[in-house]
Write a protein that binds this ligand. Structure first.
Ligand SMILES: Cc1cc2nc3c(=O)[nH]c(=O)nc-3n(C[C@H](O)[C@H](O)[C@H](O)COP(=O)(O)OP(=O)(O)OC[C@H]3O[C@@H](n4cnc5c(N)ncnc54)[C@H](O)[C@@H]3O)c2cc1C
Length: 342
């Protein structure tokens, strides 16, 4: 059985708190001891005892609301309706990952089938994002394929689409194979590709054979130098090269749509330039953001381009929430202040 290799730690210096404030102290400490603190948080994101402590404390579920739409489907639907009214499309993620129990994998499949019905009934501008390990990939490729196929078929019947998240490198080959199979059968799939992996340009060529949506992300797992770029600059350059391949007339002709999924101003600007220069039609691209991250940029961009927000919901919010804290020191300060009851 495969195991996750953990989440990424990328260097970043963010002087985003007033000097002398509690936040500035945390940001300073974080910047000086960046990787150890980040790794500690990512370790904490996978610790069951901490999860029980944090989830049981109402103060934290309040804090998690910044990044998570709620614990129930009803709450998520209300958030989607409000985002739709403000011009955003949504991709809904029912939180959960690395299921090693067949019943739980089936429950996740059923939740997504139901979600597709709810999206349809409420005429929401939303599709869904799935993680194949939540659908049983650790139990076998056939298990994940069977569950993902049920979801893709149901989405097809509801004239909707399914995006497949990309997880740690051990899962990339199986994830691509399942994507290719289902895209050929139903034609309504998207897949996330991680710019930090050296293999990604080759995977992109495979996707040009079957079409579908490519969500370009930097990559969120802790991968070794042997297979992945490590520095922020290298990853940014790799992301840029992928955009240059995707935001082209050739990609449009091959039926490949591009989702630019980053909060990085430099890459957003680069994508805007390529879209303009290559006259990429509006239906062939979109920008994607995580719910609650860089809301100012989301609001500005949606005035001129299609923007889709990745909206997670469910009771299993703890690992997702901890990863968001690990991404930015100011978030960590916010968390510590709440922990201290200040
Ligand atoms: C829609 C979407 C879907 C994704 N799907 C996947 C996936 O399937 N597989 C995968 O491996 N990864 C996925 N990711 C995560 C991605 O790989 C990165 O880890 C994450 O987006 C951070 O990288 P960045 O491109 O935003 O750049 P960064 O350099 O990390 O961030 C750029 C700037 O954005 C702001 N920012 C970033 N994160 C935060 C935060 N948590 N809180 C506040 N501000 C923040 C900061 O100002 C930062 O300087 C997804 C990301 C998005 C947006």
């Amino acid at each position: 059985m495969r195991t996750r290799t953990g989440e990424a730690r990328r260097s970043r210096r963010v002087p985003d708190a007033p000097i002398g404030s509690f936040e500035s102290v945390v940001v300073g400490l974080y910047n000086r001891h960046m990787n150890p603190m980040r790794n500690l948080l990512l370790w904490a994101s996978r610790n069951g005892s901490l999860e029980r402590m944090v989830v049981g404390n109402g103060r934290f579920s309040g804090l998690a609301r910044r990044f998570v739409a709620g614990e129930t489907e009803e709450e998520a639907i209300r958030v989607v309706q409000s985002l739709n009214q403000r011009g955003f499309q949504v991709t809904l993620d029912f939180l959960g990952e690395n299921t090693t129990n067949l019943d739980e994998a089936r429950q996740a499949r059923d939740e997504y089938l139901h979600l597709l019905d709810v999206i349809h009934e409420h005429s929401l501008q939303a599709n869904i994002s799935i993680k194949l390990t939540q659908l049983g990939l650790d139990l076998g490729v056939d298990v994940a394929l069977e569950h993902a196929e049920a979801i893709a078929r149901h989405a097809h019947e509801r004239e909707n689409s399914v995006e497949v998240d990309m997880e740690a490198s051990a899962y990339v080959e199986d994830t691509l194979a399942i994507f290719e199979t289902l895209q050929k059968r139903y034609g309504n799939l998207g897949i996330a590709l991680q710019a930090y992996l050296y293999r990604t340009p080759g995977d992109l060529r495979r996707i040009f054979q079957v079409g579908g949506k490519v969500r370009v992300v930097k990559g969120a797992y802790n991968e070794p130098r042997a297979i992945a770029y490590q520095s922020r600059e290298e990853i940014r350059r790799a992301f840029g090269r992928i955009l240059e391949q995707l935001l082209t007339r050739d990609a449009v002709r091959a039926g490949v749509r591009t989702a630019i999924a980053t909060h990085d101003d430099f890459l957003i600007q680069m994508a805007r330039t390529l879209i303009r220069r290559n006259q990429i039609p509006r239906e062939a691209y979109e920008f994607q953001f995580l719910y609650g991250v860089r809301r100012d940029v989301q609001e500005a961009l949606v005035q001129e381009a299609p923007v889709r927000l990745y909206v997670p919901f469910g009771t299993h919010w703890y690992p997702y929430f901890m990863r968001r804290l690990a991404e930015r020191p100011a978030n960590l300060a916010f968390f510590l202040r709440a922990l201290a009851g200040r």
